[in-house]
Design a binder for this molecule. Structure first.
Ligand code: ZN
Ligand code: ZN
Length: 353
């Protein structure tokens, strides 16, 4: 992996908590979101999500669907399996895309300098991510929030991120779980172990929509298989009591999960119609002008870094040290992006969300 005079591929020395997989082709979140801790590099919450999709579908396709077709003999018989399969494939593809795609990560200062991409990112974003060319951040969050962000940009909602040491756009936020700023940050989702932002929000909506439709097809069929009298009589000859109990518990768990998914989908539909992100709704803060950037039907936005670029590791910050600094800043209750409203930020316990 080492080449070009001791330099490394960027994805092997990524200075934040996110992790690259498939040799830098995919990126996933930083784990550790309370209350679920990671297990062997895979968050329990995302494992639960995959199990909630795969287990009921396996039972549906292998047992429940053949039983339905045998007993009801729907015509044409292949319509139901085909529709179910299409929804299952859509759910898995959208889930994978949400878990493993770049949500719109904004590279931190040292990364921009190490890769020499200041000019190209400035052209893409329309403002200099690093602030005025002649100035360097002092390390004092309040001072930098004033001097590193031009007054004109501040009035338009641009803010200084002390952790990344960059000027971030109005709807971007710093994800504490992934330790990086994300364009049009919506929220960090532990169930897909990734941020949901400008570049993967439509994948997330696609996943919740497909999963909800799939659940509407799978859950009633599973319930019917479990509770229909004639099916029960047929199955009781072979089934043992504990297996039937597990089936009841599993079925109700899946039904409850599907219900929660429906609530989540309705909530995001409401957000899309209002043009808000989850973050903006929960905090009550809103960018001044979002008319040109709807949350759903907006351009996906460019990728602001190349994971395969060659970098000198010495030019990049240590991820752990950076995270530690971030946490100590949070403990100090410092407000980095909104000095005028520091009390609200202290209440959130966030340094530069
Ligand atoms: Zn940041
Ligand atoms: Zn995140």
């Amino acid at each position: 992996m080492v080449g070009h005079g001791g330099r490394w591929r960027l994805y092997t020395r990524w200075p934040a908590k996110s992790r690259f997989v498939c040799r830098g082709r995919c990126i996933t979140g930083g784990e550790g979101e309370c209350p679920v801790r990671s297990l062997g590099g895979i968050s329990l919450a995302s494992v639960a999500t995959w199990l909630c999709v795969l287990l009921p579908c396996a039972f549906y396709f292998l047992v429940a669907l053949p039983t339905v077709i045998r007993r009801w003999n729907p015509q044409p018989w292949f319509l139901l399996p085909l529709a179910s399969l299409a929804l299952f494939v859509a759910t898995v593809v959208f889930l994978l895309a949400t878990c493993c795609s770049n949500p719109g990560i904004i590279p931190r200062r040292q990364l921009v300098l190490a890769t020499g991409t200041r000019a190209s990112i400035t052209a893409l974003l329309g403002h200099d991510l690093l602030g005025p060319e002649a100035m360097q951040p002092s390390g004092d969050p309040l001072e930098d929030a004033q001097k590193m962000v031009d007054i004109g940009l501040r009035q338009r909602g641009y803010r200084w991120c002390h952790t990344c040491e960059i000027v971030r756009p109005p709807r971007a936020s710093h994800c504490r779980d992934c330790d990086q700023c994300v364009m049009r940050f919506d929220h960090h989702c532990p169930f897909v172990n990734n941020c949901i932002g400008q570049r993967n929000y439509h994948f997330f909506i696609g996943f919740t929509t497909a999963a909800m439709l799939l659940a509407a097809m799978v859950v009633p069929t599973l319930m019917w298989c479990l509770f229909a009298n004639d099916v029960q009589q047929e199955g009781s000859k072979m089934a043992v009591a504990w297996l039937r109990l597990a089936a009841y518990v599993g079925c109700y768990t899946i039904a409850g999960t599907a219900l929660l998914l429906g609530v989540l989908w309705i909530y995001h539909l409401w957000l899309v119609l209002r043009g808000k992100t989850t973050k903006e709704h929960l905090t009550g803060r809103r960018a001044l002008d979002v008319s040109g950037e709807p949350t759903l039907c907006a351009p996906r936005g460019p990728q602001l870094f190349d994971p395969h670029a060659w970098v000198d590791p010495a030019a990049l910050p240590d991820s752990a040290a950076s995270s530690s600094a971030h946490r100590s800043g949070a403990l100090a209750g410092l407000d980095l992006s909104n000095p005028a409203g520091s009390e609200a930020w202290r209440n959130e316990g966030a340094i530069d969300v």
